[in-house]
Structures are given as C-alpha cells and as structure tokens.
Write a protein that binds this ligand. Structure first.
Ligand code: PMT
Length: 410
C-alpha cells in the first residue's frame, strides 16, 4: 500500500521522520511531501535517506521546460498513486488551508486531487488548538470524513502544558495502516472466507405487561454494519437481532428476537457453527421475571417495580467459547479504556470495542461511531470517528490481525 506523508512546518516535523519509519515498518511505501515551512524544521535529505525516494518540495520546478511540464502535473499522479494520505504534523495553518480548499503549494494541491482516506495528526500550541477557528476547521475536516488523530496533552515546545503535542508516531502509523486495509484490495479479497460470524445487534425489549416494555437505546446500525462487512469479506453470517427498523443485509441469516432470554437462547443454538462472535447488541440488564398476563391498570398512586438481572450472555459465552474469537462491546459515557479492560478480563473476551455513548453524532442511533479497541494481547487501538460501516471494517481488520497474533503465540 502506498502512503503519501505530508509534513507541515512545526517543531514536531522532526517526529515525521520517525513516522515515516513506523509506516515503512508496517510494510507501507512512503512518499514524502514537505511544505516550505516544514523545510525550515527538517531537510528533504532526511526523508530521502529514510524512504529511499525523491522527496517532493515544490509545486513548480525551476529547471528545464520538460521538468516543468512533468512537475506541473505531478500532484495529480501523486494523488492517484497513493492509497492513503497522512498529514503530520498538521499545523493550524495547514488545517485551515485544507478545510477551505486552498491549493497554493504541492501538498494542498495534491490534497484536492486525492480521493482516498485522509488522516490528519495536528500539533500546535494549546491555545492555537483550543481556538474556535482551529476547532471549526477541524469540524469541517471531520465532517468530510477525515480521520483526526488528536494531539496529546503534555509539555509543549513553547513551554506551555496542555493539548497540542503530536500523537505517538506508532499510534498514527496504526491508524494509517488500518485505513489502508479497508481501502486496499485486502478488503475485497474475502479475508473472512471460511469463517462463520455470529453477531448480535439492536436492543432487547423486556415486557412489563402485554403493552409495556423496558429497553435500551440502540438502532441496530452498528451490528447490521458489522454483519454487512463480514458478509462482504466472505464470511457466513448469523445475525441475531432485537427489534429494529433495518433490512437484513444481503446473504445474512437473520434471527429476530425480542427479549434477552430469547437472544441468549438463539446465540447458544448457533454457537457450535460460529468461529467469531461479535456481541454488539444493547441487551437490557434487568427484566421482570413474572410478566402479568393482563395490562396493569393505571392508578394515581406511585408504582415500583422489582426487576431481576437478565442472563449475561457475554459472560456465559466467555466460559463456553472454546477457541472461538469473542468480541464484546462496551457502551461507556466516560473512562472508555478502563471500562473495556475490566470487561475484557471479567467476560474472558479476546477484544472489547469500547464506544462512547451519550454524545451527539456517535454511539447509539447515529450513523457514525468512535471507539477504542482493547485486545487480550495488551494492545489498545483507538478508532477515530467514522461511518459505522467503515468502523465495522476497521474492527474486522483488527480481529483478523488478532487471530494471526494468537495463532503465532500458540
Ligand atoms: O445500535 P446502534 O444504535 O448502532 O448503537 C450501537 C451501540 C452503541 C448499541 C453498540 O455499539 C454498543 O455499544 N453495544 C453494546 C451496548 C451494551 O449493552 O453495552 P454494555 O457495556 O452494557 O454491555 C457490555 C457487553 O455485554 C456487550 O457486548 C453486550 O452485548 C453484553 N451484554 C450485556 C448485558 C447482558 N445481559 N448480556 C450481554 O451479553
């Protein structure tokens, strides 16, 4: 896979040399483009020596007319030849120029001609980062579908402490590599061929009487996106779904259930066939174990309900999974990674997808999601906000990598 690494003019530019190396260590072919400002911080020679390739620094060549002609169209061929574009460090100025479509140097011109996934790793002074102008530009770029690898908190070159430090180069390289997998031929190459993926999706509904129920917020979009992705990558898919308003993805065996108990029973009926289990359903944690046969009459007095826990399907799967890969979800409103790590252990999962809920635009009911993957290998992989279908592919990319890692460790 070919990666275009754009380097902006900031003190963190020297870390881009490490990033170039980290990308190459992941088997990626790196083409570096330096802005004018970047060249004040680091020389093209450093990157040429690291990548073994010409480094692009100029939109217009100054030599022969032939060279001028080829350089005049070079940004188009560079845009076509690369699968993913990553800009690190993305300075406040670069973010603004990208957000507004300026095309006044090689990097910004190539950006407009580029149609693949874009990763931006900003780095700047924390006041510049917090400034509404920068945040508005970031929102524009996020809405455009670009992945923002957020800067870290820490001591900055300017002496201030706060957010603005370039994210770890290995983290940026992992994000680029995972995006590349979803946009490269690997996705089309049916890497789940031979697998049977059992997926749970949507909410469960626990009746209180024949007309009322308690439930969780879930549209099923995440689980159905996972089912579609697994099917497209060659897996046989069994989708066990609570009540949602979504059509069955093509080729998927859909089993509709209502309650947590029905979901549990359906899961264990199909467990024997499964090689990978993904538990994205928002299962109600409590139910009424004795549901009245008739509608409970409304009165003016206060009513209290005594609820019992529903079966913990994930925990039971953790005990009975054998050598299947078990992927749990964790819906958290804070401390994403901590909550997921404790679920990973207590439920004996191989991976937990921790997603942020309770915020606009991500988590339940929305079209996009943002998550951290916590793996039994000890790794933690952030997945930046993306449409759920894309998120599903990124999850399966990591599931397949985990399978290889676990096999290798045996
Ligand atoms: O459906 P969408 O609108 O697209 O929203 C997607 C989602 C936010 C619902 C989804 O991404 C998600 O986070 N699903 C898990 C929600 C949840 O119930 O999280 P939890 O932290 O309460 O549960 C942890 C895990 O235990 C989950 O894998 C859950 O399926 C499982 N569980 C929970 C309770 C129970 N009785 N049995 C279970 O198996």
């Amino acid at each position: 896979m070919n990666v275009l690494l754009g380097v902006g003019g900031g003190i963190a530019a020297y870390k881009s040399a490490e990033l170039a190396r980290a990308l190459m260590e992941r088997g990626l072919r790196v083409q570096v483009v330096l802005t004018d400002a970047a060249q004040r911080f680091i020389t093209p020679l450093t990157f040429a020596a690291l990548t073994g390739r010409k480094v692009i620094t100029n939109l217009f060549a100054t030599a022969s007319s032939e060279e001028t002609l080829s350089s005049a169209i070079e940004h188009i061929s560079v845009a076509q030849d690369n699968d993913v574009m990553v800009v690190a460090p993305a300075t406040a100025d670069l973010l603004a120029r990208l957000a507004y479509g300026h095309a006044d140097d090689f990097l910004t011109t190539t950006y407009l001609a580029f149609t693949g996934p874009v990763v931006l790793a900003p780095a700047m002074n924390s006041n510049m980062w917090a400034h509404p102008a920068t945040q508005e530009n970031l929102n524009i770029l996020r809405k455009r579908g670009h992945v923002i690898v957020e800067p870290e908190d820490g001591l900055l070159a300017c002496g201030m402490t706060g957010p603005g430090r370039l994210a770890e180069t290995n983290q940026i390289a992992d994000v680029v590599a995972s995006l590349g997998l979803t946009s490269s031929p690997v996705k089309a190459s049916k890497d789940l061929d031979g697998e049977t993926v059992l997926i749970t999706a949507g909410p469960t509904q626990e009746p209180l009487d024949p007309v009322r129920f308690i439930s969780n917020r879930s549209s099923g979009k995440m689980g159905y996106a996972l089912a579609e992705a697994a099917g497209e990558r060659g897996a046989r898919v069994v989708l066990i779904s609570g009540p949602v308003h979504l059509p069955a993805p093509p080729g998927v065996t859909l089993i509709r259930v209502h309650t947590a108990i029905e979901m549990r029973n359906a899961v264990f009926e199909h467990l024997a066939e499964a090689t990978i289990i993904v538990k994205s359903a928002a299962v109600a944690d409590y139910h009424l174990s004795r549901v009245p046969q008739h509608k409970v009459k409304k009165t003016a007095t206060r009513m209290s309900l005594e609820l019992d826990p529903t079966p913990d399907i994930l925990a039971e799967l953790g005990q009975k999974k054998g050598d299947r890969l078990l992927i749990g979800f964790a819906a958290e409103t804070e401390n994403l990674t901590e909550g997921a790590r404790s679920k990973l252990k207590s439920k004996n999962c191989d991976m937990v997808v921790a997603n942020l809920v309770g915020q606009d635009g991500t988590g339940f009911e929305s079209d996009e999601n943002e998550a951290v993957l916590v793996l039994s290998t000890g790794e933690t992989i952030p997945l930046q906000r993306a449409p759920k279908r894309e998120m599903a592919d990124r999850i399966f990319d990591q599931v397949m990598k985990l399978r290889l890692a676990l096999h290798a460790a045996q």
